[in-house]
Write a protein that binds this ligand. Structure first.
Ligand SMILES: [Zn+2]
Length: 82
């Protein structure tokens, strides 16, 4: 069941709610039905997204580092005429 972020346009109260089939969510503060709906940005979801981006970045950095090490080693081997 999807969770959405809502903002009540009457009292500006923000809250999360499961979306019911009849979509009859109302503000828990004032009971008003004038709500703006956002896709929920839960802490868990944000963390997961950031974690994945972080892992991808680390992977890329590691690959670049490996490539640099290899290039350096090849350079040293090519010029090792002692
Ligand atoms: Zn309200």
């Amino acid at each position: 069941m999807p969770i959405y972020d809502y903002r009540c346009t009457d009292c500006d109260h923000r809250f999360e709610a499961f979306v019911r089939k009849d979509d009859s969510t109302s503000c828990p503060e004032c009971g008003g039905g004038q709500l703006e709906r956002f896709m929920a940005t839960t802490a868990l979801g944000t963390e997961t997204t950031n974690g994945m981006a972080m892992r991808a970045a680390r992977k890329r950095d590691a690959r670049q580092a490996n490539q640099m090490n290899r290039t350096q080693r090849e350079y040293e081997e090519a010029h090792d005429d002692h």
